[in-house]
Design a binder for this molecule. Structure first.
Ligand SMILES: *Cc1c(COP(=O)(O)O)cnc(C)c1O
Length: 495
């Protein structure tokens, strides 16, 4: 044992397991330009041109940096209409690392969700899952189904520090089976990690139990494998049985408990576009191939170029590296710790793909009907040019049957980290801005809709501040006018 007394430092840091070969210049706008830009974007960070953004933490989706090996693979794209080499490489990678026998490529994750939902859901069916995801639930609803949330209660409590907040509550699932009967449950949709609860993982022990219950009742189990590699890393760290297993072994075991998966390659697979549906059932795979040609493209490209499939095949292989995951999750952890140490309320434990700030606690003076997380995202952008996004009442949307706003216990600002893109210094700039806003939080005002789209409203909705001296409905106001009134949104002050 080394003693720490008398020694200079015993801290040993991890560092990124790569070095930088190509750089991309960032745009830095003035505070005044940012005030004008956010007003023109209707206070929705999704509507900002990326040119106006400094550090882009809107999402980890498709924003990954590819490796030199992936870029080299792009040059090996075989753009034949049918039977491209790269299709076979991708199929082999999916079989090797995810273990499913059939791989049907799609343009991205929602393409796979669409096909799975159309194949299996009948009107009136219930589809259980561990918390909704926006596109997943919408495709279930468009197919006539109703999503039923059976995630454990702790998932909805931001300060609950349990290690596997993505776990399914087996009693809730058993109750649903009793209530509606197995014939009305086409499949279970299992998310790993759970995006909407803050990137929280599920335990392998829980996947085993869900799988056993589903198999007992003949219910199919589909994994939303979008971030299943990140989930596997958490299992290795937190579930003693898996301490000495590789991430690849854990991922394979998790998949072996499921009947198939939908995948957004834009996350774990380290690419900018792409996805797939993977299945074991020969007959279902054949029906999926019949549908993919209608909606996506031929079953050997499904909306992707050959080069994209090659990049994804190589990205899958890179994604299961321990060093990669340690740096990936380590960076999220670093940002989260920096913010939390200043007393800012964040979702605990820190999740896989981002830091989730509890906007209800951050802005207790703003009612949830006035969208505190949305308001915080706008204020953060004005303060520093960091783009984050809302995951709360706006994202939850309206119930399609009643038209009422869906209740959302969580009201979160999501700082999402693209993989391998930003440095520790970018994390410092981000944390300092969040902490500055925390110190002047009482100056931030709520928002109200000026335009509300019917579906997936968070993408394109527009807002205006409320509670400020004067409500800003008319985005056409002159710049100085806008600036004067916006000053109250984020406390004005010096740049
Ligand atoms: C991103 C995502 C999807 C949808 O994938 P796209 O590639 O954006 O279509 C589905 N599920 C989860 C958990 C996601 O994060």
């Amino acid at each position: 044992m080394m003693k720490s007394e008398g020694k200079r430092r015993t801290r040993r840091s991890w560092a990124e397991p790569y070095k930088i070969k190509v750089v991309e210049r960032l745009n830095i706008k003035t505070r005044e330009q940012r005030e004008t830009a956010i007003a023109a974007a209707g206070f929705n960070t999704f509507l900002l041109p990326s040119e106006d953004v400094y550090i882009d933490l809107l999402t980890d989706s498709g924003a990954n940096a590819m490796s030199d090996r992936q870029w080299a693979g792009m040059m090996l794209g075989d753009e034949s209409y049918a039977g491209s080499d790269n299709y076979y490489h991708l199929e082999a990678a999916v079989r090797q690392y995810y273990g499913f026998s059939h791989m049907i490529p799609t343009h991205q994750g929602r393409g796979a969700e669409h096909i799975l939902s159309q194949l299996l859901i009948k009107p009136g069916d219930s589809v259980p899952g561990n918390m909704y995801f926006t596109t997943t639930r919408l495709h279930q609803e468009l197919a006539g189904g109703t999503f039923v949330d059976v995630i454990c209660d702790e998932a909805h409590v931001s300060e609950s520090d349990t290690p596997f907040k993505g776990n399914v509550d087996l009693d809730k699932l058993a109750r649903l089976i009793d209530d509606v009967g197995v014939s009305r449950i086409p499949y279970f949709c299992l998310h790993a990690t759970v995006n909407m609860s803050g990137g929280q993982p599920i335990a392998m022990a829980n996947v085993r139990e869900v799988s056993a219950l589903c198999r007992k009742h003949g219910i199919k189990l589909f994994l939303d494998a979008t971030r299943a590699v990140e989930n596997s890393y958490f299992i290795k760290l937190r579930e003693p049985e898996f301490e000495h297993k590789t991430i690849a072994q854990i991922l394979l075991e998790m998949c072996s408990l499921c009947d198939g998966c939908t995948m957004s390659g834009k996350k774990d697979c380290l690419v900018n576009i792409g996805g797939f549906l993977a299945l074991n059932d020969d007959d279902l795979a054949e029906r999926a191939r019949n549908l993919v040609v209608v909606f996506e493209g031929l079953h050997t490209y499904g909306g992707m170029a050959g080069r994209d499939m090659e990049a994804m095949a190589r990205g899958i292989e890179e994604s299961v590296s321990f060093e990669h995951m340690q740096a990936r999750i380590g960076q999220v952890e670093y940002l989260g710790q920096s913010i939390a140490e200043a007393g800012v309320p964040i979702v605990r434990p820190i999740g896989g793909h981002g830091v989730f700030v509890d906007a209800k606690k951050f802005l207790p003076h703003i009612k949830q009907e006035q969208f505190p997380a949305q308001a915080l995202a706008a204020a953060l952008y004005v303060d520093s040019g960091v783009r984050a996004m809302e995951r709360g009442a706006v994202s939850a949307g309206r119930d399609p049957k009643t038209g009422e706003n869906r209740p959302s216990r969580l009201e979160l600002l999501r700082l999402t980290l693209p993989r391998r893109v930003y440095t520790q210094a970018h994390m410092d700039v981000t944390a300092e801005s969040v902490i500055d806003l925390w110190d002047k939080r009482h100056l931030i005002h709520g928002l109200k809709f000026t335009y509300e789209p019917k579906m997936l409203r968070f993408f394109q909705a527009r807002f205006a501040p409320v509670g400020a001296a004067q409500v800003l409905d008319d985005v056409g106001a002159s710049t100085s006018d806008v600036k004067q009134r916006l000053g109250s949104l984020v406390g004005g002050g010096a740049d």
